[in-house]
Design a binder for this molecule. Sequence first.
Ligand code: TLP
Length: 354
Amino acid sequence: MEEQAIIDLRSDTVTKPSPEMRRAMAEAEVGDDVYMEDPTVNGLQQRAAEIFGRESALFVPSGSMGNLVCIKSLTHHGNEVICEERGHIFNYEMGSMSAIAGTVPRPIYAEDGILTWEMVKKQIRPKIYYRAQTGLISLESTHNMAGGTVYPPQVIDEICDHAHALGIPVHMDGARIFNAAVYLNSDVRTLTAKCDTVQFCLSKGLGAPIGSLVTGSREFVEKARVYRKLLGGGMRQVGVLAAAGLIALEKGPQRLIQDHRNARRLAEGLAQIPGIKVNVAKVQTNIVILDIAGTGMTSNELSAHLKEHRVLANGVTPDTMRMVTHLDVNAEMIEQALEVVARVVRPKTVGCRA
Ligand code: TLP
């Protein structure tokens, strides 16, 4: 019997470049991008700026570097950055906003990861000389660890309007902003229109092997370019990557709807498995967070058992796991993954605390 293919639900970062991307990479016209002479990178940056309705955009190696150059460009040392408690910039970027940008996170917990102006306004520091000042508000849409949740556009606009009235910029960690746009049946330009800067990833659901872009004003991108170089992110004949990025940007968004359908089906199936809790109604995009406390296993244990059956998924906490759908997982693989989870979990639930 043919061995079952690995079903990798750890992240949408694991996708492999398509044959079309590999061909484009091989044939890419290149130049030295530190001299701004790589035509393919210039083309990608211009397309990203157009799609987001901004003056300019900059190609960066990763989402983490993208967020950091935005934070660094928009703040001063000693400023506070308001973000959601489970946010990526606060939890998964090596403390770079403090270690490198010299800022202090001011995290706020929000149900589903979605901050509102009501929550944010209470955490804006008063303009008193002995208080650290609020330098930036950072939003994340979709919100990764809250389960791929989407900011309603009016909530983003309201935060931006009030923040701007106080002279505070707003950054969007839009690593998965195209997923948000698909969910809302809108476009990324409208959704992020009022944000000062946006970071989005080509290397997640859009399917490119590497890369993110930051978009904003010309003045911002000039600063961001300096910080990218400072961080060692000045790349040379990087058109080979931008070529794949261009395909991801033009063609990737159209197929995200399939990932969302697969995630919904995955969540429905998981919710039927004794010991697992999933709020199916809250699965909006391609991320499913499941509560596995009732299985009697920790997430590390369950991960290890699933791996024996060629299904990969990571824990978030000992009691929760994350599963992410993407272009290398089809509907049939979702059914197979559900069978594996049911097989691995069921015997353990007998007599357990539930
Ligand atoms: N997220 C990764 C892990 O780091 C958790 C993943 O597997 O989801 N913003 C958001 C919202 C992200 O989810 C990520 C990556 C980033 C930024 C950083 O992107 P990279 O990995 O390119 O530095």
